[in-house]
Design a protein around this ligand. Structure first.
Ligand code: SF4
Length: 121
């Protein structure tokens, strides 16, 4: 089987072709112009992951929400479920940059952390 993907590891957006055997083994990766593209294509075809950025509601802060991100890459097929958890989450002010807002989201081992401060009112 042949899979054509766009590498999103950098803004170049190279078109990458991956040859995959019937047993799922990756036979070749072509079209990438660097090693990061090779690694991205292999991961995308075997265990696709994505980083997540969003906001979490804040109670008693000078802002109503604080920006956040996943501290690591999350399984692509869990992104929508993770967003549902983040949308339901609410933390108390003050929030500091780097605070864990949702620990071990959906048992993935990845925390959702604040990417900015939110002082209390
Ligand atoms: S293959 Fe390399 S140069 Fe091309 S998009 Fe991926 S990371 Fe960028």
């Amino acid at each position: 089987m042949q899979k054509n993907i766009i590498c999103v590891a950098c803004p170049m957006g190279c078109g990458v072709t991956v040859e995959i055997a019937d047993n799922g083994e990756i036979l070749s990766v072509t079209g990438n112009t660097c090693k990061r593209g090779d690694a991205y294509a292999r991961t995308e075809c075997t265990n696709p992951v994505r980083s997540l950025a969003s906001t979490v509601k804040v109670k008693g802060g000078i802002y109503n929400v604080v920006p956040c991100k996943s501290a690591g890459a999350l399984p692509k097929d869990k992104i929508m479920e993770c967003m549902a958890v983040i949308n339901e989450a609410e933390v108390k002010a003050p929030v500091s940059l780097g605070d864990v807002l949702v620990k071990n989201i959906l048992g993935t081992g990845i925390d959702i952390v604040a990417t900015n401060h939110c002082p209390a009112k």
